[in-house]
Design a protein around this ligand. Structure first.
Ligand SMILES: [Zn+2]
Length: 365
């Protein structure tokens, strides 16, 4: 039995909730560019540029790749979450960069109270909160040489039908359609509704093409799909943060989408790959084709249940250690979470959230 710490427990935020209410969820997805995009703009003399980086392959050679910074996903997601929160939330006025430190989003995505204006409410709180949703930076699969284009755009004067002067012409780099980005997100120690807030942002920002600078004009990104048209998506859930299966993570230098990159995603719930990964770690696979055991020195470590093509459950002593969803089953999981977030907001009573979290704040100050 896990022991609990002495802080007052929260029920409306996961920040100090009872451990059996919390879970850690790892979301791994492949996203494909469907228009012209940039993830964050920079300017180089007269050209709007996109972020790239040199990465090294195992031979020590440099490979030039596009970068999708984690902070660029996080910012777009947080704004989308704020929009939904604001439909139900009147207690504080909270937006980027004036965060309130007292609302459900602030206690999920974090805030810095100690470095703000002396008169602000958030400064008076006197504490910081870390985000529990982690966004690592993504490195493209295709190289810059393959996937970058440069456009000259102009703005037309409506009266004269001429280009509106020098300032009306600008050059810009774009990432072209078909470039892939493997994206990973870790939701650490979250309640169901908290995971749902992230799921809402991911699903609806993909739907509405909101990731990318200038997405209003140039199109965005979509789920990359497999040969059955299912999204290349894996969701791993664990109540205590132990994951006996590896996340399908791709090396930054890899460029072979068709043969190397998609396989770890497609095989994420494959019976043969999972059994062999345990064997490679030195474990023996016991009897039962649909629910084999994983043993070491004849002690049973895990029971694996394969449920159809897209769901695997790993148990330890009868308790679920980890659940993996793949493809459409993973998409369905995220949709269910999104609904949990909306009903949480719908049921939240004025003043109740801060009452709940404030007891924890007072205890840690
Ligand atoms: Zn806030």
């Amino acid at each position: 039995m896990a022991k609990t710490n002495q802080f007052p427990k929260t029920t409306l935020s996961g920040v100090a909730a009872e451990s059996d209410k919390l879970k850690t969820v790892l979301i791994s997805a492949m996203v494909e560019v469907s228009g012209h995009v940039r993830f964050g703009d920079g300017t180089d003399i007269d050209t709007t540029i996109t972020e790239t980086d040199m990465v090294l392959n195992p031979n020590g050679d440099s490979v030039h790749k596009f970068i999708w910074a984690g902070s660029k996903r996080r910012g777009v997601d947080r704004r989308t979450i704020h929009q939904m929160r604001n439909r139900y939330w009147q207690d504080t006025n909270c937006y980027i960069p004036q965060l309130c430190g007292q609302c459900p989003t602030c206690w999920l995505y974090g805030f810095t109270g100690t470095t703000q204006d002396a008169n602000s409410v958030i400064k008076k709180l006197g504490i910081n909160a870390k985000s529990r949703i982690h966004y690592p930076t993504s490195v493209s699969i295709e190289t810059v040489e393959q996937g970058q284009n440069r456009h000259n755009r102009n703005m037309v004067d409506e009266k004269k039908q001429t280009t509106a002067g020098e300032a009306g012409i600008h050059k810009e780099q774009v990432i072209v359609a078909g470039v892939h980005f493997p994206i990973y997100t870790s939701a650490m120690q979250v309640l169901d509704w908290e995971l749902g807030a992230f799921a809402h942002a991911l699903l609806e920002n993909l739907n509405a093409n909101r990731y990318t600078a200038a997405s209003r004009a140039q199109g965005g990104v979509r789920w990359a799909t497999d040969y059955k048209d299912a999204p290349i998506l894996v969701v791993d859930e664990s109540s205590d943060g132990i994951f006996p299966l590896n996340v399908p993570k791709i090396s930054g230098w890899e460029t072979d989408y068709q043969h190397k990159v998609i396989n770890p995603f497609l095989e994420a719930t494959s019976k043969e790959s999972i059994k062999s990964s345990f064997e490679l770690m030195g474990f023996e696979i016991g009897e039962g084709d649909d629910s084999p055991t994983v043993k070491h020195d004849s002690n049973c470590l895990f029971n694996i249940s394969f449920n159809g093509n897209d769901n695997v459950i790993i148990k330890q002593n009868g308790e679920i250690k980890m659940t993996r969803y793949q493809g459409n089953a993973a998409l369905g999981y995220l949709r269910r979470c999104q609904l949990a977030w909306q009903s949480y907001l719908n049921e939240l009573q004025t003043g109740e959230f801060w009452k709940d979290v404030n007891s924890y704040v007072e205890a840690i100050k």
